[in-house]
Ligand binder design. Structure first.
Ligand code: SDX
Length: 371
């Protein structure tokens, strides 16, 4: 048995997996995705390209890309999954309803319990498409509307946005939304990805690992932050209002959602910088939402001077989704849907070369007590 390593609260700084999927190079301020710069992928590729890259190891050739988009957009949702969602109280948090739906998908996949990496890789695009379609319909089902199917004539990103907002969408809106999906797609070993790998390491199945990841991502310290950022901006209403709100929260030692990051610490999340550009281009294209650009810049400047903290991607994803007309309760489910490709890729890696996660403890309790 190896000697226990020193305790690091929250596993801060601990290398907990080997991977060829992604790496956060904080020195070079680059997010590496299978050798590519994530910002370059966001600027010049589509979400289907990133699905091919993460699941199959290389950027897909045109005919493979078309096939991946089709596998995602033709994915059927078992009616029983929508029936189960209809039985849940509409007051239930969207992430809790999503968690239930992801778990239920296992019942309709004949290979659900296969931990063969080739089976998981082959099924990946379909599962990604199912999760996106379920998220796109979550709010509609909660308000009693019929779910809408994806149309294989469009890409996953365009289907996802069209069904989310139930209106025709402009190319500029689709591109902004697709760039957010790529920004969220994969990010090394965040809490939810680690949760998925921990579950997969017992040789439990893909759906169990994804369900654990949904539960983790809901937390406001993690994926839940994008929803919280939007509520904060709406409460503030104006730049002056945001300054007062942030100062009040800081005085009460509260966390400001959308700021800080365990890995980036006192640096800007590179994705936040790009989503800030996406917000600006969306505002220019639509001619509305300038107030959010101004408000977010003030918040960013204030947090930098007051706390030396910088925005993470959730801070700018929130106003982008708000200007697209997406219900706020769906911001974190969208994050999960976008990240499903990274999660599945990590589960495949874990099952391909597994070692059961079983850390030790630093025991602080009593010893030698007699009954
Ligand atoms: C995501 O891991 C990933 O990659 C995640 C993610 C991904 O793509 O999967 O990037 C997505 O989860 C982004 C993070 C979204 N969460 C939020 O925006 C919630 C607000 N952020 C914080 O709660 C916090 O910054 C964390 C949780 C993100 C990181 O926290 P750490 O690393 O545990 O840092 P810490 O709590 O030790 O804080 C260090 C100091 C403390 O001050 P002191 O007590 O030392 O004086 O910084 C302060 C904290 O109080 N601080 C904040 C703050 N974040 C840290 N103060 C005010 N507001 C904040 N947001």
């Amino acid at each position: 048995m190896t000697e226990p390593k020193p305790y690091s609260p929250g596993l801060e700084g601990v290398i907990a997996a080997e991977t060829s999927l992604s790496f956060l190079d904080t020195e070079k301020e680059e997010i590496v995705i299978r050798g590519y710069d994530l910002l370059e992928l966001i600027r010049s590729k589509g979400y289907g390209d990133v699905v091919g890259l993460l699941l199959e190891g290389e950027l897909p050739m045109p005919e493979r890309l078309q096939a991946i988009e089709r596998e995602m957009t033709q994915a059927e949702i078992p009616t029983a999954v929508y029936d189960i969602l209809r039985l849940l109280p509409a007051s239930m948090h969207a992430m809790d309803r999503l968690r239930t739906a992801v778990s239920a998908l296992a019942g309709f996949d004949p290979e659900a319990n296969s931990t063969d990496p080739n089976s998981e890789r082959r099924r990946g695009p379909k599962v990604i498409g199912q999760i996106a379609q379920i998220v796109a319909n979550l709010h509609h089902i909660a308000v009693g509307e019929k779910p809408e199917k994806f149309d294989p004539r469009y890409t996953l990103a365009e289907n996802f946005l069209r069904v989310l907002v139930r209106r025709s969408v402009s190319p500029a809106e689709v591109r902004a939304f697709e760039q957010s999906l790529i920004a969220y797609s994969e990010h090394e070993l965040p809490n939810s990805t680690f949760a998925a790998r921990v579950v997969a390491s017992t040789l439990s199945d893909l759906y169990g690992a994804l369900t654990a990841a949904v539960a983790s991502l809901k937390g406001p310290l993690h994926g839940g932050a994008n929803e919280a950022v939007m509520y904060m901006l709406l409460e503030a209403q104006t730049p002056a209002g945001l300054e007062a709100l942030i100062r009040r929260k800081l005085a009460q030692k509260e966390r400001i959602m959308g700021f800080g990051h365990r890995v980036y610490m006192r640096k800007m999340d590179p994705r936040a910088q790009l989503l800030k550009e996406v917000l600006r281009s969306l505002v220019e294209a639509s001619g509305k939402g300038h107030e959010y650009v101004e408000m977010c810049q003030l918040g960013e400047d204030l947090m930098r001077t007051e706390k030396g903290l910088y925005p993470n991607l959730d801070y700018y994803a929130a106003p982008v989704y708000y200007l697209l007309g997406i219900p706020i309760e769906l911001y974190t489910p969208i994050f999960f849907a976008a990240r499903s490709v990274g999660l599945i890729a990590h589960v495949i890696e874990q099952h391909a070369e597994n070692r059961l996660y079983r850390p030790r403890v630093s025991y602080k309790g009593p010893r030698g007590k007699k009954i």
